[in-house]
Structures are given as structure tokens and as C-alpha cells.
Design a protein around this ligand. Structure first.
Ligand code: SF4
Length: 241
């Protein structure tokens, strides 16, 4: 797995952003997270070695904009070039996670068509309100592979009507990390798992978060155990598609 951060910095847009890890990390080094700027890695996918081959080898998935949002307004002028690089590297698979799916068409390349085959777009929906706003928009867009992430999952989220049409390939759930993490309940995770099972959609329980409720008990889960504990639950689903 590779992370490509062509730009850095962001503005909070919805409740899931409250304890954004990027803000936390920046604060630790005295950096202002609201300053949105291109990074030194901007051209990472197309950098070449002396022999003319790409530095970034064809392996795994490239996760895009993990310290910003691909569709943030300040990046409107840079996004066309980012798309050009994604198109050039058709041998790589790119996953773009966003909370701004309603800005999808801003800077979209003219040859996008029904979507580049090497691009997965993942919309974050942390609660029912964001799911009900973002998912109808998401499903209306020309994207070849769509996934959804509930992270940090802040309540039970009913998305069965959005899963029914087969337009969503997978759903990932996870809690919130960090010292002031908000609670995540196993019941909410199971609810999403069951909705995915009914629709034949892949499901992943990624991590518990730092405050996790199960069977009426609240656990403080250390960072190192948040992923292993989720795996231990053994509730992931492959999906039909
Ligand atoms: S959209 Fe993502 S990167 Fe931006 S503030 Fe929210 S959580 Fe942080």
C-alpha cells in the first residue's frame, strides 16, 4: 500500500472531522492544518528513475489525499494535473477517500467517461445525516468502483436502500482513535454488517477505535489492539460482486 498526498491541509466539514488525526499530528509539530498547500510529493506517481522506469512500482493500492480532501476547494487548480497523473499510471490502482463527494465534477477530466478503471472512490459517512446527504449524490455519479466508509462511526447508520441497487462494492466500519475518542458500539458495526450481508455487499470491520462498547461494557482499547480486536471478531464479508 502506498500513500500519495499531493496536497496537505484541510477544513473541517462534518462531525467526523472533529478529532481529525491530521489536525492532531500537525498540532504536535506546530503546523497549521488549515493552510492547504501542494506537497513535495505532488508528482510522486510519475517520478522516474534514471532508466526511465517509474519509481512507484506497480503493486498494491495507492491511497490518495490522506492528509487533505481530494475535492477541497483550494485544490481546484491542482486537481486536473492530479487526474492526469492518475490516468498516466493506469497500471496502478488509486483509492480516493472523500467527504466532499458533492464536488466530484469540479476539475473532472474531459475523458473521464464512466470513470477511469483504475480509480475507486470511497465516501465517508460517519452518521445517518451524512449518509443521507452523500450517498444519493455518490450513487448518481459516473464512478466505476464505489465504496463507503463509516469511520469514525458515530451512531447506527441505516444504508440498506443505498446498498440495494448494487452500486456500492463494499463498506468499511471503524471507531475513532486518539485520546478523546468518541464511543463506537459493536451493535452499530453488526447492524452495518447485516445490511451488507442482506445486499451481498463486501463488509470490513477495520478497527474498534479507542473507546468501544460491547455487550453493555465500554472498553479503552490501546492503539496496538484496535485492528487485531476487529479482526478477531471475524465478521468480515466477501460480498457477491
Ligand atoms: S475532511 Fe478528512 S482531512 Fe479534512 S478535516 Fe475532515 S477528517 Fe480531516
Amino acid at each position: 500500500m502506498t500513500i500519495w498526498n499531493p496536497w496537505h491541509g484541510c477544513r473541517r466539514i462534518s462531525p467526523g472531522c472533529l478529532r481529525c488525526y491530521m489536525y492532531r499530528r500537525d498540532a504536535a509539530v506546530g503546523r497549521d492544518s488549515t493552510v492547504i498547500e501542494k506537497t513535495a510529493s505532488f508528482d510522486l506517481p510519475v517520478r522516474k528513475k534514471r532508466d526511465g522506469s517509474y519509481k512507484l512500482a506497480e503493486e498494491g493500492t495507492v491511497y490518495v489525499c490522506m492528509t487533505s480532501d481530494f475535492w477541497i476547494e483550494e485544490a481546484d487548480g491542482w486537481r486536473p494535473e492530479a487526474w492526469r497523473m492518475i490516468r498516466e499510471r493506469s497500471d496502478l490502482r488509486f483509492t480516493i477517500v472523500t467527504k466532499r463527494i458533492d464536488r466530484f465534477f469540479v476539475g473532472l477530466p474531459a475523458d473521464w467517461g464512466e470513470g477511469y478503471p483504475n480509480v475507486t472512490v470511497c465516501t465517508t459517512c460517519e452518521n445517518q445525516a451524512t449518509a443521507d446527504f452523500r450517498l444519493p449524490v455518490f450513487l448518481s455519479l459516473p464512478i466505476r468502483r464505489r465504496t463507503v466508509i463509516h469511520e469514525p462511526m458515530l451512531e447506527e447508520i441505516k444504508i440498506a436502500p443505498y446498498l440495494a441497487g448494487g452500486g456500492i462494492a463494499g463498506v468499511i466500519c471503524g471507531g475513532e482513535s486518539g485520546p478523546d475518542a468518541r464511543l463506537c458500539s459493536y451493535d452499530w458495526i453488526l447492524s452495518t454488517m447485516r445490511q451488507c450481508a442482506a445486499a451481498g455487499v463486501a463488509f470490513t470491520f477495520k478497527q474498534t477505535g479507542a473507546r468501544f462498547e460491547k455487550d453493555g461494557k465500554i472498553y479503552a482499547v490501546p492503539r496496538s489492539l484496535q485492528i487485531p480486536q476487529a479482526r478477531k471478531a471475524g465478521i468480515d464479508l466477501a460480498g457477491r460482486g
